[in-house]
Design a protein around this ligand. Sequence first.
Ligand SMILES: [Zn+2]
Length: 527
Amino acid sequence: MGVIPRFAKEMIMSESLPKIRINQTGYHTSLNVRMAVLTDGPLTVTDESGNIVKTIEYEAPSFDEASGDNVRLLDLGILPAGKYFAKAGTESREFVVSESSPRDVADALVKGLYFQRCGMELEEKYAGIYKHPACHTAEAADWEDNSKKRLVTGGWHDAGDYGKYVGPGAVTAAHLIYSDILFPSCVSDNLNIPESGNGVPDILNEARYELDWMLKMQREDGAFHHKLTKARFAPFIMPEEDLLQEYLMPVSHTATGAACACLALSYRAYKKYDADFALRCLDSAVRAWKWLEENPDFEPYKNPEGVNTGGYGDRNLTDELFWAACELYAATGDEKYLKSAEELFSEDMLLAEFGWANVGGLGALCVMFELKETAGDLYLKVKNTFLRQSKKALEVTRLSGYGTAIPSEGYIWGSILTDMNNAMSMAVSFLLTGDTEMLDGAMLQWDYALGLNALDICFVTGFGERRVMNPHHRPSGSDDITDPVPGLISGGPNKGIPIPRQRKSLVRMSLPLSIFSMSFPPQIPMR
Ligand SMILES: [Zn+2]
């Protein structure tokens, strides 16, 4: 098992990496097997008995700008379940094709969020060796009036730190809910979490852990606090040892808009399982919308003086409002929300974006799948704009030697966001059009995240023969267990040096980015 070297530069310069790059977790029996080769051909594939099952001739590898590698991407087509060996020149690499391997990873990614739960004990029967006592159970103080205190426990720790942020949390919960809506069997319903077996799909059970907390983050007037954090990031200690005062930071328009949208969506998703909870979500969303209407002067969130935890500053509110208007119309049928969505929409709105800052894509999902019959002209406008914008994602993959949906200048901190975002965009495009080039483009990003990349690293913890070992993740860095908490996705390669005093590797956890896209592939061929 490989360990990530300390500096990304050393990895890129390494001559010792295998010259055949694969999805290290295995390929699905109904999807094409793709690999990248950094050596001349031909490539032969043999089965366990040594029989040649495929030979592929190919042109010499060519220069890939992002990595500096000479590389050729190969498509081996569909192979039956089994263990295989790919050989080119003196290089050989074993890979597997199976029914189960994509599902294993998708399940682990959702279970990864269970390990982020705050405010409850992670019991051994669910968490195994990663068990720990309940954390952050004390009352939070209002930053603007420290004398006001209340209990706001629960929710997921953000990525690598112990803060809890409404905007990214709303987007991550929405990713889980839309995974359930669009790909209803994309993950197992037995993830061994405390709610397993309660008659609600586990992916919705996990999302609800965040939603229950999010509801507590609403102020009486309908606005949402931007985040619940300390004044500063904790050191690398276990969460139950992080005992300094937590603060409800000031409210923000973007957090209120994202929470409003996510909670209106939650009404739709949960009403058949728990009508009371669904109505609480809808009531909260309606009150948030009212606050946004009554407070039209948008001010982007800025950390108050003395606070240096994550800012998640977002200078554009239109996409949050658009998403919220769409979801409220879907939830209530009230035409006033449709009118708002129509007024907020413009053809230059970013609709193929699903990350924490740009949420227009989530509004597009609502319009294209839920409001198809009822949104009139808006449906066609949104769909046409989305399809036009999603083509760009496919174009980016074609410029990369590895088929990666990140432009060569795009390897920033948390670059996996760009890649997974583009994967989602292509997957949704495939759902709408049946265009298999889009499916292939999306699946290449699944392979990228699991090892088919210039670093030969599987970016999901707990998987792959060369796996992420030192994510920027406080529990993994302080629990005295060699292997990091499983089911987390690394932020991926980064051309810059993000934190000069970084304690761990330069790989950062970017949890709230990509659950949706990492969950879809096993389901696509079955639709
Ligand atoms: Zn906690």
